[in-house]
Design a protein around this ligand. Sequence first.
Ligand code: HEC
Ligand code: HEC
Ligand code: HEC
Ligand code: HEC
Length: 179
Amino acid sequence: MKNAVTFIAVAVAFTALTAFTFQGSNEYIGSKSCKACHSNKKMGGTAYKTWSKGPHAKAFKTLQTAEADKIAKEAGHSTKAAETDACLSCHVTGMLEKGAKFGKKFKKEEGVGCEACHGPASKYKTKHAKDVEGAAKLGLKSPTGKDAEALCVTCHNEKSPTYKKFDFAKRMKEIDHSK
Ligand code: HEC
Ligand code: HEC
Ligand code: HEC
Ligand code: HEC
């Protein structure tokens, strides 16, 4: 009898825990998950193509250069730039966020990916194609104006060892992928 009660108690606790984990976790799943639809004018537009040729897609590769290692060393780090958390924080999606979760397909090599600006996508990925408003509740973000600028300056700021003054309107045009 006692065993049965313990069993039920454990089962209930386990169910509650998995339900909680399921609801609570929105994972970063990587930019490749956006490619199929966002490479096609008739589906979600050509954002993927524009991004993949832009500066953010190569942000991790930049850390694998001799120039980056030199900057890391000068900043007092003893590890290579691509292995230094203080560099990865702005050069890879999700690294600035405490407690962020990453799915199996996520690759740091993708640098600053779609989800760095549009939010971790495991929950909205399928849903938003048909219901953009509903997807906002699942974590889809698409900031404009001042909100977009606030997002950019979480990385484009003086903590960047190579900081260049950030002119939002001008820089936004350089990464425009709305067509
Ligand atoms: C199954 C196809 C499909 C996949 C996969 C997909 N999208 Fe989309 N996405 C769409 C379509 C279609 C729209 C246009 C929806 C509309 O305007 O009604 C859209 C719209 C968007 C928008 C604009 C939302 C707005 O406010 O207008 C963003 C941002 C976006 N997608 C990001 C992503 C990201 C990031 C990924 C990868 C994690 C992704 N999408 C994967 C089909 C897809
Ligand atoms: C998660 C951090 C992060 C966010 C958020 C971010 N960026 Fe960047 N951005 C970078 C990094 C890192 C680079 C350097 C990439 C490289 O050269 O390898 C970069 C480079 C750029 C460049 C290339 C020119 C330059 O300054 O070297 C432009 C333009 C740019 N970002 C625009 C934007 C805009 C506009 C926003 C906001 C909508 C934004 N970024 C948000 C991290 C970020
Ligand atoms: C550096 C931040 C950043 C990255 C990286 C980024 N986006 Fe965006 N994206 C934005 C912002 C900001 C807007 C809103 C622009 C506006 O309308 O002013 C936007 C707009 C969009 C839109 C809506 C266009 C429209 O007006 O209907 C889609 C779709 C989209 N992004 C998809 C993607 C996909 C897919 C990726 C990755 C392949 C991606 N974005 C990467 C910041 C980003
Ligand atoms: C606060 C965010 C942030 C941190 C932390 C950061 N970077 Fe960057 N990094 C950026 C941004 C944004 C850019 C684009 C140029 C700019 O405005 O700084 C960039 C560009 C670069 C570039 C390209 C230089 C150029 O002029 O195009 C190199 C190399 C680089 N970073 C190396 C590093 C190294 C090494 C570290 C760690 C010691 C580091 N970064 C830490 C945000 C950051």
